[in-house]
Design a protein around this ligand. Structure first.
Ligand code: NAP
Length: 264
């Protein structure tokens, strides 16, 4: 089995990276940064986002596992003390894999520019670079509303505990093949009105965002921020691809939610 290790880059994560590599070599595993079967992310959830985008073109061949060197993460749920156990589990291939839904974002442009397609593990956000975002929201082919406000966040189930949560979105169990559309400070008065609640869309229910004005947009894909001009439409839906995580021991999602957010 071929492995790669993505480190956050701080001293503790780098030390742990060396330790994990040494253990893995001890089991005759091979390091392959280009075509790994397993990617071990050492740092936090943010580090796993970087690892995901590094290997986004080989999701059907690569599985991920995360070790946290700070606080418990949703993707990074192994502690530094457990790395020996983790390596022993990994060496005993084939390990069990769980697959989680991803968000597909397709941007179309006015003019000649070719469409752009992105996959997000957490979410995509859409904001205007010039004042409030004014955008038509079309769900499954029908105009749902014209959104006016700071922006919109479209998240995956595993991303629902990240930015989406700060927007009062619901936490979705990752076994649900769905995406969630949450508002950022919508303008609601006698003239402008939006639903005001987060919407959860199942697979095959596409959400298309169509700009009302010709402005530049800030569109984020996880930690990546991209500026787009001449945007005709932004299509969001559950992606056909899924992300694969190595499941080496049970750690139920709701337990992770509780341990991350609820204090006893
Ligand atoms: P960052 O701003 O340095 O850190 C964002 C925080 O979100 C970190 O504490 C990170 O955990 C945590 N996080 C990432 N994915 C998560 C998940 N699925 N569930 C729960 N927490 C999660 O940015 P970054 O590290 O590059 O990560 C980019 C992410 O930041 C975006 O995808 C977005 O979700 C999130 N973000 C959140 C807000 C907000 O909550 N208001 C605003 C902007 C962006 P670790 O410390 O373990 O890395």
């Amino acid at each position: 089995m071929k492995f790669a290790i993505q480190s956050k880059g701080d001293e503790l994560s780098e030390k742990l990276k060396v330790k994990i590599s040494r253990y893995l070599y001890g089991f005759d595993l091979v390091c392959d940064e280009d075509e790994p079967d397993i990617v071990i992310s050492v740092g936090g959830d943010g580090t796993l986002l970087h690892a995901f985008h590094r290997y986004v073109n080989r999701l059907s061949e690569t599985a991920f596992v995360g070790v946290h060197t700070g606080h418990l993460g949703f993707y990074a749920d192994w502690t530094p003390d457990e790395v020996e156990k983790l390596v022993i589990h990994l060496a005993k291939t084939p390990f069990q894999v769980v697959e989680y839904p991803l968000l597909e974002v397709n941007i179309r442009f006015n003019g000649e520019e070719a469409d752009k397609r992105y996959l997000a593990l957490n979410e995509s956000t859409v904001k205007s670079m010039e004042g409030s975002l004014v955008i038509d929201v079309i769900i499954k082919g029908d105009r749902f509303e014209t959104f006016r406000g700071d922006g919109l966040c479209i998240s995956t189930p595993t991303g629902s505990t990240a930015y989406n949560k700060a927007l009062n979105g619901a936490i979705l169990h990752p076994s649900l093949s769905a995406i969630q559309l949450a508002e950022m400070a919508s303008i609601n008065n006698r003239v402008f009105r939006t639903i005001g609640s987060p919407l959860v869309l199942p697979e095959h229910h596409t959400c298309i965002l169509k700009p009302v004005n010709d402005v530049n947009f800030d569109i984020s894909i996880d930690h990546l921020f991209l500026t787009h001009k001449n945007v005709k439409s932004i299509r969001c839906r559950v992606a056909e691809e899924r992300v694969r995580f190595a499941r080496l021991r049970p750690f139920p999602f709701w337990k992770r939610v509780r341990e991350s957010f609820v204090r006893d």
